[in-house]
Design a protein around this ligand. Structure first.
Ligand SMILES: [Zn+2]
Length: 293
């Protein structure tokens, strides 16, 4: 089979599958399998995502604590508010029913006490580097793998990408922000998906887009801010910069309205995209909302 005929087949399959699964969803085991295989990104809460991709169910950056468990981050915007600001939209048992977990870094809004307590200790779990992997193993996890530029899980290619959790000046002022990563998912029958992680717009993101040409990009866009410093994740202007670098891509905004220091609301990001002419390329899902790829 040539590449082009393979591509034709896959496009046909991609078009047929959603209709099939939507029409008779839940009627037989076979159709529920088909429904399960439809690629989706589900916004859970904060940066926590459920991603069904290439027939594999991934959980990204699980923050599963109950609403209000922890004080706000000291020295950050709105630190009097307790985190998480909002409850989980679906039961934890459903969220953790996955095949593998990806943890982009170990900040508590991406990897918290309840995630450590509730996730199965034998679940395959990907960490950004040896240091994070060691910490996750110390929490009792037995199958911890380090993401590389050539990782793979059950036929899904996972490529680690770079990122920076703030400007150079911010990182100098708050070195404990530390290292972060993103990940690019690819599979012959799926659109290329880039989850950028906790990064601002910068050369890392630009390079990942140029190299992987993702059709769908998840951006942590809540503009988390410490007092007196530049934002440590994307805000509306970073999202616009990503759109300009990948004008055909669908952007999905995550990491919004769930922890105290995120100062950009979903409504304001949407309004900005409307004014700037890229709202058609932007999805801003509510917690619990699934987006079909
Ligand atoms: Zn974060």
């Amino acid at each position: 089979m040539t590449d082009s005929s393979k591509e034709g087949f896959l496009i046909t399959r991609r078009k047929t599958l959603p209709a099939l699964s939507m029409g008779i969803i839940g009627m037989t085991t076979r159709t529920s399998q088909a429904a399960r295989q439809q690629a989706t990104v589900t916004q859970i809460r904060n940066a926590t995502l459920r991603i069904n991709y290439g027939g594999v169910r991934f959980l990204v950056d699980p923050m599963l604590d109950d609403q209000g468990t922890s004080p706000g981050f000291p020295g950050s915007a709105n630190s009097e508010r307790r985190n998480p600001l909002v409850p989980l939209p679906i039961p934890v048992t459903d969220i953790i029913d996955v095949d593998a977990v990806i943890v982009t870094h170990l900040h508590t809004d991406h990897w918290d006490g309840k995630a450590k307590a509730r996730l199965g200790k034998s679940l395959p779990l990907f960490a950004q580097n040896d240091e994070d992997a060691a910490a996750i193993r110390e929490a009792g996890f037995k199958d911890v793998r380090v993401l590389t530029e050539a990782s793979e899980f059950n036929g899904v290619k996972l490529v680690k990408t770079g990122g920076q959790h703030g400007t150079d000046a911010t990182l100098k002022a708050v070195p404990r922000l530390g290292k972060v990563c993103g990940v690019v998912f690819s599979h012959p029958s799926e659109k290329t998906l880039y989850v950028a992680g906790d990064t601002i717009w910068n050369g890392h993101v630009e390079q990942a887009i140029a190299r992987h040409q993702p059709e769908v990009i998840v951006l942590n866009a809540g503009k988390a801010t410490f007092i007196g410093l530049d934002p440590i994740i994307m805000g509306e202007e970073d999202v616009r910069a990503v759109h300009r670098a990948a004008p055909k891509a669908t952007l999905i905004a995550s990491h919004m309205e769930a922890v105290n220091h995120c100062i950009l609301s979903r409504a304001d990001l949407r309004a900005f995209a409307e004014r700037e002419g890229f709202v058609a390329n932007l999805r801003v899902p509510a917690d619990g909302e699934a987006i079909a790829l």
